[in-house]
Every structure is written in C-alpha cells, then in structure tokens.
Write a protein that binds this ligand. Sequence first.
Ligand code: GLA
Length: 663
Amino acid sequence: MRSLLTALALVAASVVVPASPATAADPELALTPPMGFNNWNTTGCDINEQMIRDMADIFVSKGLKDAGYSYVNVDDCWADATRDPATGRLRNHPTRFPGGMKALADYVHARGLKFGIYTSAGTQTCAKTMPGALDHEEIDAQTFADWGVDYLKYDNCNNQGRPALERYTKMRDALKKTGRPIVYSICEWGQNKPWEWGKGVGQLWRTTGDINDTWSKTVEILKLNAPLDAYAGPGHWNDPDMLEVGNGRQTTTEYKSHFALWSIMAAPLLIGADLRKISQEHLEILRNKEIIAINQDKLGVQGKVISQKDGQWVFVKPLANGDKAVALFNESEVNATISTTAREIGLPRSIGYTVRDLDQHRNFQSAGKISAALPPHGTAIFRVKASQDWYRYEPALDTSLDIAAQIPGIPSTITPAGEPFVATVTATNQAPIPVLNASVALTAPAGWKVEELSSERAPVLLTSQSVQGKWRVTPPAGVTPGAHALNGSLGVTWVGHGRLARPVGASVLVPVAPPSGASVWASDVVFTTERSGYGPVERDRSNGGYVGGDGKTLTINGKTYEKGLGAHANAELILYVGGRCTSFSSDVGIDDERDVNQQGSAIFEVWADGTKVADSGLRTWQDDAVSLTGSLTGAKFLRLVVNDSGDGVRYDRGDFAGAKLTC
Ligand code: GLA
C-alpha cells in the first residue's frame, strides 16, 4: 500500500514539477564518477574540522589528489542543532567545526581540492542532530554556495512522507539558482527508483541502503547495483554507496574486490576510511591508478555483467579507446578459475590479444582466453585489447591449484590433521605461441607428506593445451591448527626468453581438534568457518548489529537462554567434530531483538557432513522456539545453517539457543 502511495505521489509530482532538460542539473558536472573522501563510514557523527583538514593534506601528500581524488566531503552532524534565529541560516557546530564551514572550504580549496557537505531532504538529518533542508531549500543552497561548497549529498530522513521527486527537484533548482556548480548527490537509498528520474536532477543517486564494513553487505549492494548499468552515463551515475576499503573488518582480498567492482561499475569512489590510520596495503588499493582509469574512463559506461553462475561473475566495461575492461569475480566460498573470451567481451578477431593485469601491472599475450584462478571473494581485473604487438608480452599461462572435494557442503580447503587429500595443479597455455618443456610441481609445508600420483610433462605445449599433476597430501597429526599454504607452480620455456615460472598458491585450513567433553555447548567450540548475513555469528548473545559482541541475551518469544549462537540469515557455521560426537540439539527461532519491527523469518537446518539431520521449517518472529535434534554419529563436520525464507534477509536474526553437542 505504501509503495502504491509513493508511486502515485511520484506520478503526481512528475506532472507538477518540471524535470525537463532546460532545468536539468549542470550537464558539465561529474562527467566521470566523483572521487574523493567522506567521513561517515569511519566516524559516523564523531567528526571534527581537524580530521577534514588532515584528509585534504593527506590527499596531497600521499598522492591521492594526483590519483584523481578531489572531493573532501563532510557527512551528517556538522551543523548546530538550530538555525540562526536572525537569518534562518544553518550554522556550524560550535565544537566540531569551531572555525566555520567557509574557512574549512577555503582550506580544502587552497590545496586544489573541492569541498562537499551534507543535509537531508527532511525536517532533520538522519542523525537528528541538525535541521534538514525541507522547505529551506533556497536559503540552504545559498548558504552552501556562499561557503564555497562544491558537492552536496542530500539524504532522505525525516521527509514527512512528501514525494521524493518533488523534494529532490526543489533542491536541484535551488542549487541551480545560486549559480555555483555544485555536484548534487541524491541519497534516497534507491527507494523511489531514482535511476528512472535522477538523470537531469542530480549527477548521482544512491541505489541502495547504507553500506557497512562487511563482506555480506558489499555483495548485497553489488547485486542491487549491477543490473542498473543501463541508467548510468556521464553526469548521471548509479551510487552503490561509499567505499569501506581500509576500515579494517574485511580481508585485503575482499577490499581489492570491493574496489575493482566499484571501479568497473563506474561507481563514485569516495574513500570512507581514516587516511591517518589506513594501512599501506589498503592505501595501495585506493591508489591503483590503472584501476582508477577504468572507473574514470571518459566513455562513461557502467560495466555490465555478461555472465554469472555459481558465484562466478564476468563484468565487461567498454573503454573510450576501444579496449575492454574485464573483471572476473569469485563470490563463492571455494577457489575457482573464471574465464571469458575476447569474443564474449566483444573484441574483434585477432591472432593475439594483450591482456593487462591491473593488479599486477603486467601484460600478457593471449589467443583470446581471459582467465584467472581466484580465491574465495577474489577479483581479477584486466584491460584487454586486440593488438599487433601481443608477441612482445609473456605468454598467458593459466595455472590453478585445486583440492578435491571430500564432503558435500564442506569446502575442500578444510583439511583435518592426519587426513590425506588430493591436490591438482593444472596449467594451460592461453598464448598464441607454443611454449616448451612444461612441467608442474607442488610443495607443502615442512613435515607434510606429499606423494605424487601423476605428473605430466610436455616438451611442447600448444595453444589451449594443458599439463597436470596430482599429489596426495597429508598434514601431520600434530600440525598447528589454522591456515597453511600449499604452493603449486608451472615451469615452461618461452622460446627466445628463457624459463618462466607461474606460481599458484592455495590456503588450506586445518581445524582445531574436536571438542573433548561429553556434553559441550556449541558456543564453546572453536568455529572452523563462520559466515553470517549481518556481522559475525555471536556466542551466547543475539546477533545485534554488524559489529562483533554487540548482541543481547538470546531470547525467543520471551524465553531466554544463557548459551547458544546468535546468527543472521544467511548464515553458515561449520564445526569440526571429527567423528567424536553422537548428536546435536538446540532450540531455534527468530530472536526478539528489534521485535518492534515485527519482522523476521528463517529456516534452520542441521547437517552432519553431507546429510541434513534436522530442519525447522519456516520460523517467524511470532513463533515460539522449536527444538531440533540430529544424529552426528560418524560425522566429521557439523554444519548449522540459517536460511532466509525467501522474503529477503532483513531482520532475520536467527538463534541456535541452548545449542549443545553430545560427544
Ligand atoms: C543515511 C545515509 C548515510 C549517512 C547517514 C548520516 O543513513 O544513507 O550515507 O549519510 O544517513 O546520518
């Protein structure tokens, strides 16, 4: 009903509010996606002018300005709680920004950078600490222009239910009236399909709700933004929200994916980390000029998904000079080799192609295959062209290291101590030219047993031909639990250039020994792997927010539990039980946390290796807890799953309450 009303309001608004090109936002602004900084993802409201000055200085001193970052933006909470009674104007917050916003803008401008600010198309901003601009559009726009603001993020909170198009158009017109070019960022979270009306209103529009520093949220947003590619172009961009790279809760592999995927989607690149504290490794991700060039390419096309299957994604973005950018993204939880071809990405026929790896900064020659062996959550990003001089570059030799799956549902890279597994190294010549004397090898950590099962050698390896070797590997009984590296490699001779090596690694995880007691709380067992839809799986607490340790007492329809697991759909928890345990039992249900939302539903499953031993059916926020028990006899792994029931994962805080193992 609400969405119908919104839709009607939008239709009505579009009749009365002119949105014609004549009054459109400045067509010269944001011809490439805006790049800069915004404090929200790292500070929330805890902001001050010194931080903003420091970011401007660091943009200059650490080469970020040189890499293309120009906007230094302040988010919510910068203003005093009330307007100036005499003028009706907004005022700077007295302690956070004592020097005033004009002085801060001047400071930023003096460094050759641009200054951005924030307010909401409502009576107050989202943090409710300052007035919003609803019905004050002209005076606020003029105040911003007087201060020298170059960018306005216009949020959607406290909007009094008034039509979005009307509210956002009013601010567009107010900004235009000031005569100052101000990039206008529409932030209504994708609620009213801004991609359908945002062009001509603002230069960018958020397509989704807020990002946070978790892998699951990054992927959720990616999936909402990627299909909207047709709506983006110079001066009108889809905005999947600001970057989390460097904020510290994701792996470097995940941050590299986040950056590469946002870049190929022509998303605004607004750094969301405190650059005074960021690690060198994460700073390098943000400063990768070759990836930035893909994002900033002046053709201005958002990369398109040309295939997506089993968590293996291929994105293609045409570039102004005829090259194609390609991102190969492994969303899955297992290693995967993802490939496409020059033909699939729309390049003309050629004997050879130059494939430039934008992470490694190296060129390769290929006969047409573009491929990468990727770890879970990894992305490779390339610039590919049909070339004349492909022969100058090293042959593309795809080399992958795979571990054979043993137990359905359990990643093959989980390898218990003392138990053998089979590792395979496969290498394929993707170059137009043959390579010689190809052989593969495998090494394991010291003390691990490695037995060769087979190992091919090829005196000549023609285009598309492969060599392969297989080994039985056994981690010793006393091995330290945790991640260990296996290293594979291919060696070939590139005629005229000598030997080439292609190393390939895989990380295997040795689980901690199974629990020893007879009756063990699941929340006292070391998790082998853990994945949850909103922050980590909590021990003896409900899920809470996306930060670890922020839940409450586990409670299902008023019944509380001291012990148990607090998860959020979609969640999967793997515990190594090593054949020692006989059964698992738990109450399950939707936690009462945030019951005020009167939402939340999920299905709980218990798996013993590849067999499902219990299933709760649909549980909603209104249901009492239900007890599940399942046999674990003979099983090496217990796998606990909280599945969304098909209505989206929001509010699905699922508890395994009183979860216990009998061993
Ligand atoms: C909303 C926006 C965020 C941030 C906050 C500030 O949630 O979507 O990006 O600006 O408000 O309160």
